[in-house]
Each structure stands twice: as C-alpha cells, then as structure tokens.
Design a protein around this ligand. Structure first.
Ligand SMILES: [Fe+2]
Length: 372
C-alpha cells in the first residue's frame, strides 16, 4: 500500500512580481486567471504571456461549454506552460489544458478518447486558502451537454509547481475566505480519520489544524482584517491539508454536502461547514474508541476545552466566523431528505469508502434531519 506521494514542487513568493521574475514568464506561457486578479497584480508588469480571463467564458463552476469556448479561442496557439492563477474553477480548467492533443472538445479527455499525457508544465497559484487543488490530480467539471458532473483523476494533470503568493488573497472577501479555510480544516480532520491515513498524512493534517485554529481564534479576538497578516501561513496550512487529503482522502462530510451544492448551489466550503461537526458526532456515537479519540483530544487542546465538549466548542468558534444555518434555509424540503440520503449512498462511494466508520442510509438521513 502506497503511504504518501507529492508530485508538486512548492514555492513561496512575496508578491506576483517576484513570481514573474523567478519563473521568467514569457510569450510561451498561457495564464488562466480572472480580471479582478489581473488588474491589481499583473497588468502593471506588461508581461508577454497570453492571458485568458475565465469569467469571460461564464460564471460558477467549470463546465464543458466554458472550456470548449476557451479552446476554440486558443486554436492555433502553442504554449509550453499553463499557469492557473485563481480559485477552484481556474485551477480545474488549467489542469485539463496541459493535456497533449486536446484541441476542441474537453470530452475527449473526460471520455478517455485521447491518452491522458501532459505536454506542458503546469504551475498553479491558488487565490483562496482551501481547495488543496494545487497538489491534487483531479479536475471536476459540470458536463452541461450530459446534465452531470464528471471528474478526471490522473497523475498527468497534477501540478508541477504550486506557488503561494500571499498578496493574491488580499481581495478575497471575508465570507469566501472563511468558507475556504473551513474547507481546509475539514480536509485536515476528515483525512486524519480516513482508513488510508498514516503517519505521513497525519503529520500534515495536525500541522494544518494548528495554524487554521490559531488564525481563526485570533480573527475572533482581533477582527476580520487580521486575516491579511496571515495569508502566507493560511496558504501553507491549506496546502498541507490538501497534501493530507490528496493521499488519505476525505469522506462523509464531503459526500453528504454533495446534495447542497448540486441542488441549491451552496458553495463547496460552506456546504462542508454545515455538515462537519454533525458527521463527526455521528462517527463518535458509532465508535468512540478508534483514531477519532486522538483527533478529538488534539482539537480540544487547541480549543482549550474538555474533550467531551470538543464539537460544541468547534461549532462556537466557527459560527463566530460564519453563522451556521438550517438546511431548510437553503431550500431543502422535508420530503427530499430521505431521497438525498439514498442518493448519497449510491453516488458518493468514492468518498464514503474513506469514512471513519460506514454509515447506513438511516444514519445519513438522521444527520440531515438533525441539521434540517
Ligand atoms: Fe473540500
């Protein structure tokens, strides 16, 4: 059994100009980003790269339509490197664009009609502190032509370099900042109790938890603006959590949050936040004596509470960043709850196999009902 793998080289640059100089950006570089990042950080450098502004091709999650339109506009151009600077959408698009022979239809890659071979270097600069996508080998897209979501997981689309540039987080509003950081905390905690976890992945989980909880506590104490002093630390913490989950996987929190994203368009980090502590309470109720004891004791020490108060204390801290809502406030209806539980059990086995303990459909339904 493989214990641990990291394909990506990790870098820190104090600002975007330093990154551009270190990596000697030139006219063979394709930069995929957003206008709200390009204007303040890149425009003034007059770089010779080819820039694509993702939002010009549609808002929200990456889709086959969006990517095919970009491919169309890039036809005839050749690049040596793809540089994705942005959040989850930009990163997922950038990952696909390094595939050799991808000409006009990304479905050729999702359907494996072409071999998944990389012929360009992939560099990622994450501008949220949550996805961990800068070190994972997965790209997920909405396939509008088939009314479904598809994922491509292949080491060929793993980034070659991840570069942390703290100034790029300056414009991120507080709510997406908090949601993405909570998602990183979920990555660290969920991957800790995964059956695939081991001493390597747990080392990364614990170190990520230290920073994330400490920064959250200081934000509560000093105010939201404090976050700007710690963007470098949080980028690294989120990346460590990403390394842990890239190797050990995440489980029921991510699986159960799926219907919230799919049906009510709740952002990924926010939907995980809604499920987080209730899933762990259900884990604890089924088997309080496994490795969950270690993570509960570790979290309690950081939160300064007794171990049996750990989830209440965690909820208290997180709800000072973003208030926890009832699922019905997102539009979930009483009669839908059972169907969602059944659907999660069928469609989310990729994640549920990483659970600390397995859940039955009744147990999943009970978690939704508690939050409903
Ligand atoms: Fe996540």
């Amino acid at each position: 059994m493989q214990l641990f793998k990291l394909h990506t080289a990790l870098h820190m640059a104090k600002d975007f100009a330093e990154f551009a100089k270190d990596f000697q950006l030139d006219d063979k570089d394709l930069v995929i980003t957003n206008d709200f990042l390009y204007k303040p950080f890149m425009e003034k450098l007059n770089l010779p790269c080819h820039f694509v502004m993702q939002e010009k091709y549609g808002l929200g999650e990456p889709s086959d339509e969006m990517m095919n339109q970009i491919l169309h506009d890039l036809s005839g151009k050749e690049f040596k490197r793809v540089i994705g600077i942005g959040g989850g959408t930009v990163i997922d698009i950038s990952k696909l664009f390094v595939i050799k022979g991808l000409k006009s239809d990304v479905m050729d890659a999702f359907d494996h009609k072409i071999p998944i071979v990389k012929d360009k270097t992939l560099i990622i600069l994450p501008t949220t502190c949550g996805t961990g996508s800068e070190v994972t080998n997965i790209s997920i897209a909405e396939i509008k032509s088939r009314h479904t979501k598809m994922g491509l997981a292949d080491d060929a689309i793993s980034p070659d370099h991840a570069v942390f540039v703290p100034e790029l987080l300056k414009g991120l509003p507080f709510k997406p900042y908090a949601c993405s950081s909570i998602d990183a905390l979920v990555h660290a905690v969920e991957s800790y109790v995964s059956p695939k976890a081991n001493v390597y992945t747990r080392t990364f989980s614990l170190r990520a938890i230290d920073t994330i909880i400490e920064v959250f506590q200081k934000i509560v104490e000093k105010g939201q603006e404090y976050r700007h002093e710690r963007h470098g630390d949080m980028l690294v913490a989120a990346n460590m959590a990403g390394i842990a989950f890239g190797n050990a996987g995440v489980g029921a929190v991510h699986a159960l949050s799926y219907p919230l994203g799919g049906n009510y368009h709740v952002p990924h980090g926010e939907s995980n936040y809604q499920l987080f502590t209730e899933v762990f309470k259900a884990y604890h109720a089924k088997d309080p004596n496994g490795c969950i004891r270690e993570i509960e004791a570790y979290l309690a020490a950081r939160l300064g509470c007794k171990v049996d108060e750990v989830y209440d204390s965690l909820d208290a801290l997180l709800s000072k960043l973003i208030p926890l809502k009832k699922l019905r406030e997102y539009g979930m209806k009483d009669e839908e709850v059972r169907g969602f539980a059944e659907n999660v059990l069928v469609t989310q086995q990729r994640l549920l196999k990483n659970n600390y303990v397995p859940f039955t459909v009744d147990e999943i339904e009970a978690i939704y009902r508690k939050l409903y």
